[in-house]
Design a protein around this ligand. Structure first.
Ligand SMILES: *[C@@H]1O[C@H](CO)[C@@H](O)[C@H](O)[C@H]1NC(C)=O
Ligand SMILES: *[C@@H]1O[C@H](CO)[C@@H](O)[C@H](O)[C@H]1NC(C)=O
Length: 345
């Protein structure tokens, strides 16, 4: 796109073109083979609130006043690509959390690994926000949260959310836009996730913290809240978490993972990622020098970017809420206790 040309356009059209610069790349879709729900997943909790479509290609997770719902991959994977097309609930969604994440917290209670997408609802007319995070070997004292807005309304149509996890790096994608990349660093040691994990998808009542630090709760007048998942992708090496298979079993699938189109970020994707992070990221632990006087080792501190953030890790402009609180969170039967920071601005 010729940006000199953009400047001569009216603002709405310019904005449209700007948004297009993400979605245009999304047209160059990854080469993925999708599976049905039963080929890859099992119900986790909230039985009646997990509703499979008649053809088994999609599933809905509902939250009503009685329960949320969730599903889990039937196998655990050591390294993988976890992906689905997701549509989130619309209208009044304050207090809601929809999570799409990998974890082994049910097997390793004290030293679990985890990679998260967490979508946080909002009051009517206000947009969803989301955060990504990672934990390795029980590093729950060391949150690695980044928080963002979205460049679209996630309740209007499906978008693909993906987590790539290899021995070398982690990439979070929305559609084909990489939004976060973590390159494995020797100094991370055990804090780089390295034990087999399951994929989870859940919807739950996070009234105590999800929206404006718990100010706006789930309002069950608007229930049921429905999130829909489809076009499932699960690639990787199925592994036993306790008795790990000898690693040569995984060589072929590791190689497939590392040579897949989603394992390499093209120049165009890299500039989309930079644009996304400039425009939509409003908190980064890497810039939160109150919490981490020395940024954790995987942080790539970009001076021009750092200038835009306060020492609380929040944007200088557009961030007003600076409270920091300790909380525990609940995801169905999986209890993950960690330090949570106020997810809202
Ligand atoms: C897509 O992936 C399949 C295997 O999953 C492969 O056979 C096919 O050649 C790939 N297509 C392209 C265009 O790369
Ligand atoms: C992970 O944590 C366990 C228990 O806390 C510890 O024994 C082990 O050495 C750690 N592993 C790595 C790779 O740091």
């Amino acid at each position: 796109m010729d940006c000199l040309f953009c400047w001569s356009l009216s603002k709405p059209l310019y904005l449209l073109l700007f948004f297009c610069s993400f979605s245009c790349i999304a047209n160059a879709a990854f080469n993925l083979s999708t599976i049905s729900f039963d080929e890859g997943y099992s119900p986790l909790f909230g039985d009646g609130n997990l509703v499979r479509s008649p053809n088994g290609r999609s599933a809905r997770l509902l939250l009503d006043r009685f329960t949320g719902a969730g599903f889990i991959s039937s196998k655990m994977y050591k390294y993988g690509f976890f992906s689905a097309n997701v549509k989130l609930p619309g209208d009044y969604t304050a207090g809601l959390c929809v999570a799409f994440y990998t974890s082994n917290g049910d097997v390793f209670e004290k030293n679990h690994d985890e990679l998260d997408f967490e979508f946080l609802g909002n009051t009517e007319g206000k947009p969803w926000r989301f955060q990504t995070n990672l934990y390795g070997n029980g590093s729950t004292h060391r949150g690695r949260e980044e928080r963002y807005r979205l460049w679209f309304d996630p309740s209007k149509e499906f978008h693909r959310y993906s987590i790539l996890w290899t021995a070398k790096k982690i990439i979070f994608y929305i559609d084909d836009v990489p939004i976060r990349e973590v390159i494995r660093n020797k100094e991370m040691g055990g804090e780089y996730p390295s034990k087999p994990m399951s994929l989870y998808a859940t919807i739950w009542d996070a009234s105590s913290w999800a929206t404006s630090g718990g100010k706006y709760k789930v309002n069950y007048k608007y229930a049921p809240f429905v999130s829909e998942f489809k076009d499932f992708v699960l690639e990787g090496c199925p592994s036993d978490p306790i008795e790990e298979f000898p690693s040569f079993d995984c060589h072929e699938s590791d190689a497939r993972l590392e040579t897949a189109d989603y394992a390499a970020i093209t120049r165009r994707q890299r500039s989309s990622m930079r644009r996304f992070r400039q425009r939509y990221m409003y908190y980064s632990y890497c810039y939160d020098s109150l919490r981490y006087p020395v940024p954790p080792p995987e942080c790539v501190v970009i001076p021009a970017e750092k200038d835009r953030f306060r020492d609380t890790g929040r944007l200088k402009f557009g961030g007003s809420h600076q409270g920091r609180k300790r909380r525990s969170r609940r995801r169905g039967r999986i209890q993950v206790s960690s330090t949570e920071y106020d997810p809202d601005v």
